[in-house]
Ligand binder design. Sequence first.
Ligand SMILES: NC(=O)c1ccc[n+]([C@@H]2O[C@H](COP(=O)([O-])OP(=O)(O)OC[C@H]3O[C@@H](n4cnc5c(N)ncnc54)[C@H](OP(=O)(O)O)[C@@H]3O)[C@@H](O)[C@H]2O)c1
Length: 247
Amino acid sequence: MSAKVRDTSCRRVSPQARSVDQSATWSGPRCCAICPDLPALPSAWTFSPFQPFLPAIPFSYVTDEQSIATMANKVEGMVGKTGLDLLVNSAAVLERGSLSSVSSQGMNHTFQTNVVGPLLITKALLPLLHLATKEHPPGSPGVAIVNISGILGSMEEISKNNDSMGYSYPISKAALNMLTRCLMIDLKDTGILTVALHPGWVRTDMGGPKARISVEESVAQLCTVISSLSSADNGAFLDFRRKLLPW
Ligand SMILES: NC(=O)c1ccc[n+]([C@@H]2O[C@H](COP(=O)([O-])OP(=O)(O)OC[C@H]3O[C@@H](n4cnc5c(N)ncnc54)[C@H](OP(=O)(O)O)[C@@H]3O)[C@@H](O)[C@H]2O)c1
C-alpha cells in the first residue's frame, strides 16, 4: 500500500519459527522487502506481523530485467540455501483514462508494471521458492506467491460499478489474475501456492483519502489471510477478509 506494504516484497521464515507452530506458516521473523522508497519502509513493517530482520533491498523498476536479476542475486545472498517462503507482488500503477484518452503508451506502461513485472520477478525468484519447499513437510502450506490484484480485475464485480477506473488498470488486473492461474497450473506439483488477493479499498496514493480502510487494517488482514493459506486456496482470488471473489 502507499509507502507501506505496497511494494514487491519477499519474506523468509526461519525454520525455528516453523518448528514452534507448523500451522502459522508465515509468522517467522526473517523478512526482506524490495521497494523503491526505503525511507518509508520501517513504519510500513510495523503494520505487519512479519518483522524485518533482513535489510531492505533498494529496487527501482519491476519492469527492468537487469534490475530484477540484480535484486534476485541480492535476495539469494540474504536467504542462502534455505530459500524464500513468500513472495508478494504488489507494485502497480493506476492510470485512469477515458476511451478518448487511452493510449498505446499508457496501456503498455500499465501492462509492463502490473503484469510483466510480477511475472519476471516470480521467474527470477522461483529457484529460491523451490529451495524453500524442501524445508516444508509434505502436505504443509509452506511456500507461496501472492499477487496483489484488485476487485476491478473481476469481470463479474466490475459490472456492478458505475466507474471501471479506465481501461489499462482493470484489464491489467484481470491479466494478473490469469497469471495467477497460469502459475498455479505450472507449479501445482511443486509445493508452491499461488493466490491473487484484493486488499480492499485502501487509503493510499492509489486508493485516495476517501477509501474505506486504512493501510494498517488492510495489511493486518492480508497478513492474516496469507498466514492461513493452505493447498485448498491454490489459484484462488480472495479478498482481505478471505472472501472468495468471482473472476
Ligand atoms: N489502494 C487501493 O484501494 C487498492 C485497491 C485494490 C488493489 N490495490 C492494489 O494494491 C497494490 C498496492 O497499491 P497501493 O494502493 O499501495 O498503490 P500506490 O499507493 O500507488 O503504490 C504503488 C507502489 O508501486 C510502486 N511502483 C509502481 N511502479 C513501479 C515500478 N515500475 N517498479 C517498482 N515499483 C513500482 C510505487 O513506487 P513509487 O511510489 O516509487 O512510484 C509504489 O510504491 C497494487 O497492486 C494495487 O493495484 C490497491
